[in-house]
Design a protein around this ligand. Structure first.
Ligand SMILES: Nc1ncnc2c1ncn2[C@@H]1O[C@H](COP(=O)(O)OP(=O)(O)OP(=O)(O)O)[C@@H](O)[C@H]1O
Length: 893
C-alpha cells in the first residue's frame, strides 16, 4: 500500500513521519483519513467511509469538514488515540501538506472536562545516574492550566502512589521504565492512561536539564534541588509538549516540587480504599469528594480534589486554613455572597492556557476581564465582614499582584466589545477608543452606512418616488428597490439590475462606489481588528502567570467556602491539632455514611499506651465503617477541614495506610490473598510510628491457620517495631487475647444485642472484645435457606463448646483428636463422631489417656509429642506449624 502515489501516497509518507496512530490530512475543505485510519475512525465515530481510487487501487476514505475537526479530534483522543493533523498550505507550484500538531490525551487543549488533565513522565533514576536517595523521577503537566509539578520517589511503590494521585491521562515512560513490567502493568490496570513511548533522546539528562532550565530558570531548579531523574522527566515532558505542537509552553510558568516533609503519605490503595474521589466501584457519586464538594467553580473543584489527595502535616498551614473555614462558617451571609460572586468566575488557568496557545477568542478575553473583576469583589465582601477581615482570607486575595491584574482588567474592559462574536476574523471585536486607526475606519464606515440608511428618504424627496427601500444582499450587493407602480418614474441614472414580482431593483454609480468603499472598509476593519486582537491576546498570554495566580486565589477562597458550607450544614467541628500521639474523637461520624443513614456516633481514643485497637464485632455490625470513619476524620483534619464529630483532638499523622476489602482486585482476577499480602507488606515497610494504619480482616484470604498466624505476626510487628497507630478489625477471636500480652493493644467491639434469637445491631463501639460473631444471623438475613441456617447453628454450638482446632486421625476408624486452644490441652476420642467427644469432661488429661487405649502406636506418638508442647511459651506461628506437622504425621500414620 505504501507504494501508492497521489494524495494517498502523500498520506502514507506523512504517516511515516509520525508515530501517532491516526493522521487527519487536510484536502481543501476537509480533513481526510485514508486506508486503515479511515476504517478505525468510521468505527469509532460512525463516519461514512467512501472509496478513493488512486492509480488503479482503491482505498477507504473518511473525512470531516475543516471547521468540524475539533470535536472529532477530541472524541478520538478521549478514546486514547494520538492523532496527527497535517495542514495544507499554498506553494508556488500548487499546495503541500505538513504535520502541524499531534493531539494526544495529555496535550488536548479542547477539553470541556473540569478535572485536571495530567501528562506524566516517569524516569527510573538508576539508569540516569540519579542522586543518592532518589530512585524515580516524576513530572506532571496539565497543558490546559499550565500547572507543572515534579516529584521523586524512593521506590516503585512511591512512584505508583504519585501516579495514582495525579491520575494522568497520558504517561511517558522513560527508557528504563519501559522494561519495568511491574510498574507498567500496574499503570495499565489502575490508571486509565495512554502509554506513549516518546523519543528516548528527550530523557537524556543533559538535554532534559537544559530544556528545564530554559523554561523555568536555573534558580528554580537550584532552589527546589531537583534531582537528575526528575529533571529528565520534566525535560521529556517539555520536549513532548513542544513536539506535539500544542503551543502552550509559555503557559507553564512555574515549576513546583511535590516533595518535602509536609505531605501525608497516602498510598494508591489507601486513596482507593478511602474512596476519596471515586468509590471502590469506580463511581464519582458517593465519594468523599462528591459528598463535601460545594465549590462554585471548576478550578475550585480541582483544588479541593488536590487537597484531599495531598493532606498536609504542617500544623501552622492547617490552622491557617481552619481559621478561614471557621470565619466563613460563622459568616453565612457573606459566605453566600462570596459563593454567588465566584459563580460568575471562569476558569482563569484554562483561559490563560488558551491565550498562550492562540486559541482564545474575544469572548474568552471578555471572560478573563469579568473573572479578574471577581477578585476585588471578593476582597470587598471580605473586608466589609469583620469575621472575614480578621481571618487569613485577606492575605489569600492579596497574594496575586493586584495592580497589574487591575490594569489588565481595565485594558480588556475598554478594548473588547461587551458581547463580542465567537469568530475573530470578522471584526466587531473592539470598542471605540482602543486604536486610532481602527476608530477612523469605523467612523468612515459608519458615515457610509449612515449615507446608505438615509438614501431611501433622500431619493423619495428628490425624485418624488414612493415605495423606495435601500438594502443589501449577497448576490445584488446594495440596491435601491422601487415598487412596480413607481418604477417607471425613476431617474435616468438608475440602472436596473433585477425585476421582481412587485418591484424592481436599481443601482447607481454613486451607490456602487459607496458599496466598494464599504466593502473595502469592512475588509480593512476585519484585518485590523484581527491584528489588534492577536496583539491583545499576546499581551494577555504574557500575563499567564498573573492569571494563574488570580485563578489560584479564587479557587482557594472557593474551596475554603465550600468546606465552611459543609461544616455549617452538617454540624462539623473544628478539630484541635497537635504533634503528639493522642487521638480522641468524641461522637465521631462517617463523613459519607452520615449523609444517607441515621448514623450512630462513636468515640475513639488512642494514646501512647493505647495505640493499637483490635476491633471485633459481628459481621455487618459496623467495624469497617468505624475504622474508615477514623481515617476519614484524620484525613479531613489534615486538609484543614472541620470534621464530623462533637469534639476532636488529632495528633497529626505522616501517613495513612489501609488494607480494606478486595472487591475490585477480585473483579480483575488477581488472587485476593496475593494482593492482600503485598498490600500488607507495603504497609509494614512504609508506615512509621507517626502513621495511622487501618487493617480490615487481614489474613482472611487464606486457610485459617495461615490467616491467624499472619494476623498475629503482623500485629506483633506493628505493635513492637513500627509502633504506628493501628486499628485492626478481625474475625479471629483469638487475636483479642493479644491485649493481655502486648501493652499498647486494647480491645474494642461493635455491640449487638441478642434477644430471643433476634440480633439488633447497636452500632455502638465499646471497650473489650466481642463475645461472638453472629455470622449465622447475617446468613439468615441474606436469605440462606432455613435448613442450612439450622444446621449451621448446631455445628456452631458444637464448635463453641469445644473451642478447638481439630486434628484428624489416619487409622481405618477415623479418629478425632481435639486440641483445646484455650486450655492448651488435648482431648480425643476413638469414635468417629467427634461431637460426642467427652463433652462433660473438661479434664484434658483423662480424656487423653482414655483415647490412648484405642488408637494405634503412630498416632500415640503424635499425641505424646503434642502433649509435650508448652502452649504458653511457644510463639503462635510455631504452634500452628507444629499442629500442621502433627496433622501430617497422623495422616501418614
Ligand atoms: N455507626 C453507624 N451508624 C449507622 N449505620 C452504620 C454505622 N456503622 C455502620 N453502619 C452501617 O452498617 C452496615 C455494615 O457496616 P460495616 O460494613 O462497617 O460492617 P462490618 O462489621 O465491617 O461488616 P463485615 O464484618 O461483614 O465486613 C453498613 O451498611 C453501614 O452503613
Amino acid at each position: 500500500m505504501t507504494d501508492a502515489t497521489g494524495i494517498v501516497g502523500e498520506f502514507f509518507s506523512l504517516k511515516e513521519e509520525t508515530d501517532a496512530e491516526l493522521l487527519a490530512m487536510q484536502c481543501g475543505d476537509f480533513y481526510e483519513f485514508f486506508a486503515e485510519d479511515a476504517e478505525t475512525v468510521s468505527e469509532e465515530l460512525d463516519l461514512n467511509v467512501s472509496q478513493k481510487s488512486s492509480h488503479g487501487s482503491s482505498y477507504p476514505m473518511a473525512g470531516v469538514p475543516v471547521d468540524d475537526l475539533t470535536p472529532y479530534l477530541k472524541a478520538l483522543v478521549e478514546r486514547g488515540y494520538r492523532v496527527a493533523v497535517a495542514d495544507q498550505y499554498e506553494t508556488e507550484s500548487g499546495h503541500a501538506r505538513e504535520i502541524v500538531r499531534v493531539v494526544t490525551p495529555g496535550t488536548l487543549l479542547e477539553t470541556t472536562d473540569a478535572d485536571a488533565q495530567y501528562l506524566a513522565a516517569v524516569v527510573d533514576g538508576d539508569s540516569s545516574g540519579a542522586i543518592a536517595g532518589e530512585t524515580y523521577g516524576l513530572a506532571f503537566a496539565d497543558v490546559t492550566t499550565g500547572r507543572f509539578l515534579v516529584a521523586d520517589a524512593a521506590d516503585v511503590d512511591e512512584a505508583l502512589t504519585e501516579l495514582y494521585r495525579f491520575d494522568p491521562v497520558e504517561v511517558l515512560p522513560g527508557p528504563n521504565v519501559r522494561t519495568d513490567d511491574e510498574l507498567l502493568s500496574t499503570v495499565r490496570e489502575r490508571i486509565d492512561a495512554t502509554l506513549t513511548l516518546h523519543d528516548t533522546e528527550s530523557f537524556a539528562p543533559k538535554r532534559a536539564g537544559h530544556a528545564v532550565r530554559e523554561q523555568f530558570g536555573r534558580e528554580t531548579i537550584d532552589r527546589l534541588a531537583v534531582g537528575e531523574s526528575t529533571l529528565a522527566a520534566a525535560g521529556a515532558i517539555l520536549a513532548y509538549v513542544e513536539e506535539t505542537g500544542a503551543g502552550v509552553l509559555a503557559s507553564m510558568t512555574r515549576l513546583q516540587s511535590h516533595r518535602g516533609d509536609d505531605h501525608v503519605t497516602l498510598d494508591a490503595t489507601t486513596q482507593r480504599n478511602l474512596e476519596l474521589t471515586e468509590t471502590m466501584h469506580g463511581d464519582g457519586d458517593g465519594s468523599l469528594f462528591e459528598t463535601i464538594d460545594h465549590t462554585a467553580t471548576s478550578a475550585g473543584g480541582r483544588l479541593l480534589k488536590e487537597w484531599l489527595q495531598r493532606p498536609r502535616r504542617s500544623i501552622e498551614a492547617l490552622e491557617t486554613r481552619q481559621q478561614s473555614v471557621a470565619a466563613l462558617s460563622s459568616a453565612a451571609l457573606a459566605r453566600d455572597e462570596l459563593t454567588d460572586t465566584l459563580g460568575t468566575a471562569a476558569d482563569l488557568a484554562r483561559l490563560a492556557s488558551k491565550a498562550t496557545h492562540g486559541s482564545a477568542d474575544a469572548r474568552d478575553l471578555r471572560s478573563i476581564q469579568e473573572t479578574l473583576a471577581v477578585l476585588p469583589a471578593l476582597s470587598e465582601t471580605i473586608s466589609s465582614t469583620p469575621e472575614l477581615a480578621d481571618s487569613p482570607l485577606p492575605v489569600i486575595v492579596d497574594r496575586p499582584d493586584r495592580e497589574p491584574a487591575r490594569e489588565l482588567r481595565e485594558t480588556l474592559d475598554a478594548a473588547i466589545a461587551p458581547e463580542p462574536p465567537s469568530t475573530v476574523t470578522q471584526g466587531e471585536l473592539f470598542q471605540r477608543g482602543h486604536d486610532d486607526d481602527l476608530d477612523e475606519v469605523i467612523e468612515r464606515h459608519e458615515e457610509l452606512k449612515e449615507w446608505v440608511d438615509t438614501l431611501a428618504d433622500r431619493e423619495k424627496r428628490q425624485y418624488g418616488l414612493s415605495h423606495v427601500t435601500v438594502d443589501r444582499n449577497r448576490t445584488d450587493g446594495y440596491y435601491v428597490q422601487v415598487g412596480k407602480s413607481a418604477a417607471d418614474g425613476v431617474p435616468d441614472h438608475y440602472e436596473e439590475i433585477k425585476t421582481l414580482k412587485n418591484s424592481k431593483r436599481f443601482t447607481t454609480d454613486e451607490l456602487e462606489e459607496k458599496e466598494r468603499e464599504i466593502l473595502r472598509l469592512e475588509r480593512r476593519r476585519a484585518d485590523l481588528e484581527y491584528e489588534l486582537f492577536e496583539q491583545l491576546r499576546e499581551d494577555v498570554a504574557a500575563r499567564a502567570e498573573l492569571l494563574q495566580d488570580v485563578g489560584r486565589a479564587l479557587a482557594t477562597v472557593d474551596v475554603l467556602a465550600s468546606l465552611a458550607t459543609h461544616a455549617a450544614e452538617n454540624r462539623w467541628v473544628e478539630p484541635v491539632l497537635h504533634r503528639g500521639d493522642h487521638l480522641e474523637i468524641e461522637q465521631g461520624r462517617h463523613p459519607v455514611v452520615e449523609q444517607t443513614t441515621e448514623f450512630v456516633p462513636n468515640d475513639v481514643r488512642m494514646d501512647d499506651d493505647r495505640g493499637f485497637l483490635v476491633v471485633t464485632g459481628p459481621n455487618m455490625s459496623g467495624k469497617s465503617t468505624y475504622m474508615r470513619q477514623v481515617a476519614g476524620i484524620v484525613l479531613l483534619a489534615q486538609i484543614g477541614s472541620f470534621v464530623p464529630a462533637r469534639e476532636a483532638e488529632i495528633g497529626v499523622v505522616d501517613g495513612i495506610f489501609t488494607r480494606v476489602g478486595a472487591l475490585d482486585e477480585l473483579a480483575q482476577g488477581r488472587s485476593t490473598f496475593m494482593v492482600e499480602m503485598s498490600e500488607l507488606s507495603n504497609i509494614l515497610h512504609a508506615a512509621t510510628d507517626e502513621s495511622l494504619v487501618i487493617l480490615d480482616e487481614v489474613g482472611r484470604g487464606t486457610a485459617t491457620y495461615d490467616g491467624i498466624s499472619i494476623a498475629w505476626a503482623a500485629t506483633e510487628y506493628l505493635h513492637n517495631t513500627v509502633q504506628a497507630k493501628t486499628l485492626f478489625a478481625t474475625h479471629y477471636h483469638e487475636l483479642t487475647g493479644l491485649a493481655e500480652n502486648l501493652p499498647r493493644v486494647a480491645n474494642v467491639h461493635v455491640a449487638a444485642d441478642e434477644r430471643d434469637g433476634d440480633v439488633t445491631f447497636l452500632r455502638t463501639v465499646r471497650d473489650g472484645p466481642t463475645d461472638r460473631s453472629y455470622g449465622i444471623h447475617v446468613a439468615e438475613l441474606a436469605g440462606v435457606p432455613d435448613p442450612v441456617v439450622d444446621r449451621a447453628e448446631t455445628v456452631l454450638d458444637r464448635l463453641r463448646e469445644e473451642n478447638a482446632i481439630e486434628a484428624k486421625g489416619g487409622s481405618s476408624e477415623p479418629v478425632q483428636a481435639v486440641f483445646d486452644v484455650s486450655s492448651g490441652q488435648f482431648r480425643g476420642t476413638a469414635n468417629g463422631d467427634g461431637g460426642s467427644a467427652d463433652h462433660g469432661s473438661t479434664d484434658g488429661g483423662d480424656a487423653t489417656s482414655e483415647a490412648n487405649e484405642t488408637i494405634d502406636p503412630d498416632a500415640k506418638a503424635v499425641l505424646a509429642d503434642l502433649e509435650s508442647i508448652d502452649v504458653n511459651t511457644t510463639p503462635p506461628i510455631d504452634l500452628v506449624t507444629k499442629v500442621q506437622e502433627l496433622q501430617r504425621r497422623l495422616e501418614n500414620a
